[in-house]
Design a protein around this ligand. Structure first.
Ligand code: HGY
Ligand code: MN
Ligand code: MN
Length: 410
């Protein structure tokens, strides 16, 4: 019988994090592995090899989710962990990758300790969690858990016009495993907080209560290109001006609403995008989030109304397309307690908090007991090449993951 609880090997875990970060590496220590890109393919190949080297039985489903299973003494639904390895274009090396690689580190530690769990354990990574190239985000896990339709997702076109199904086939990860029917005993994901709370308040572990609601909309504004010098201001139909007004109003409204309301105009494209031409067209995206569904709906309605008003005052046409919409999700109380109790048992400070970011875990929450473990992000920075989490915090998070998974898997 194990005398003392096994501990993860932090050097091996950090080494895997750094090795994976070498694929799609960008200046400043960050990573660009947009979903279904060639870098994503290389990252997938590496992690799939590590999964097999650890003796996991690996399957690939029809939207490219990979699940590696370690048998237990009983045949029953697995206790699953994992996250994503796709990144935004200016991503960090921990967002997503930490959860997948910490899951592999748990397997490696159990293999070394010769421990067989009662329930099987699984480590997964899901296709296109970020949604930066192909919206919506959490695409793979949403299909995996039956909330997003496979065929509809395969037909989605990205910001570069590519079709998901074609890009997936091109990187060789259009698997055969069916989707939507996988049932886990439970799901527990380790992820960097990506916000400032744990660091500012001096906590090592976050016991995540849930994920806030997410609303992504694309607006296409159609004005009239004209000469920047000869066109009197009252005769303009300036799509660029309306786009800028939207960003200002989104900021103003969020401040007025307060609470957890946030708003981001992250993508704007002007046509023809020239110094002396009034923009004929503007494409922009609006990312709205709130922990409260009713408030999120209110923010959506008020901003949509404002955009219509700005456009009509400027004589600009407006059309919109929904890119993503997920309601807030609460995690299972017994999983939140498990994270909290395990962290305390291992001597780590722990705080309950909601997640500002979307995560694959939110797709499991309606189907099985689901929880998340957060570790601090230095300076609260993420979706930025400077993203950093200290090794001692990574070790703490991975040890909590190991012990919590052992508690679930018996
Ligand atoms: O947008 C998000 O919250 C996540 O990074 N996909
Ligand atoms: Mn993430
Ligand atoms: Mn992310």
């Amino acid at each position: 019988m194990q005398t003392e609880a096994p501990r993860i090997n932090i050097d091996r875990l950090v080494n895997r994090i750094d090795t994976l970060a070498g694929i799609g590496a960008v200046a400043g220590g960050g990573v660009c592995r947009l979903a279904l890109s060639d870098e994503d393919r290389k990252g997938r190949d590496l992690v799939a090899r590590w999964m097999r080297d650890l003796g996991l039985a690996v399957t690939t489903d029809r939207i490219g989710n990979l699940v590696g299973i370690r048998s237990g003494s009983e045949a029953c639904p697995p206790v699953l962990t994992g996250s994503h390895i796709d990144t935004v274009a200016t991503g960090g090396r921990y967002d997503g990758s930490l959860g997948v690689l910490a899951g592999l580190e748990v397997i490696a530690t159990l293999n070394e300790a010769g421990i067989t769990t009662r329930k099987p354990l699984g480590v997964a990574f899901f296709t296109n969690e970020e949604g930066a190239r192909f919206a919506p985000d959490m695409m793979g896990s949403g299909v995996h858990q039956g909330f997003l339709d496979l065929e509809e997702m395969l037909d989605i076109r990205g910001i570069d016009g590519r079709r998901v199904g074609d890009a997936l086939a091109e990187i060789g990860y259009a698997g055969t495993e069916p989707v939507g029917s996988f049932r886990a005993d439970s799901y527990l994901e380790l992820h960097v907080e990506q916000g400032p709370v744990l660091e500012q308040e001096g906590f090592t572990i976050g016991a995540v209560e849930g994920v806030q609601g997410i609303s992504w909309t694309e607006y296409r504004l159609t004005g009239t290109s004209n000469h920047a010098g000869t066109t009197p201001m009252h005769l303009r139909r300036d799509a660029g001006y309306v786009a800028a007004a939207v960003a200002v109003e989104a900021r103003r409204l969020s401040k007025e609403m307060g609470g957890s309301q946030v708003a981001t105009v992250g993508l704007t494209e002007l046509k023809p995008n020239l110094v002396n031409v009034i923009a004929a067209e503007a494409l922009l995206t609006l990312d709205l989030r709130n922990t409260d569904e009713k408030l999120l709906q209110a923010a959506e309605a008020r901003l949509n109304e404002a955009i219509k008003r700005f456009a009509s005052e400027e004589g600009v046409g407006v059309s919109s397309r929904r890119l993503a919409r997920f309601e807030p999700v609460m995690f299972a109380p017994d999983m939140i307690n498990l994270v909290e109790d395990t962290a305390r048992r291992l001597g780590h400070s722990v705080k309950r908090l909601p997640s500002g970011a979307g995560h694959d875990a939110q797709m499991f929450a309606p189907n099985c007991p689901t929880g998340m473990i957060f570790v601090p992000s230095q300076g609260g920075i993420s979706h930025n090449v400077a993203e950093y989490t200290a090794p001692e915090d990574i070790r703490a998070g991975a040890d909590v993951l190991l012990q919590a998974l052992l508690s679930r898997a018996g």
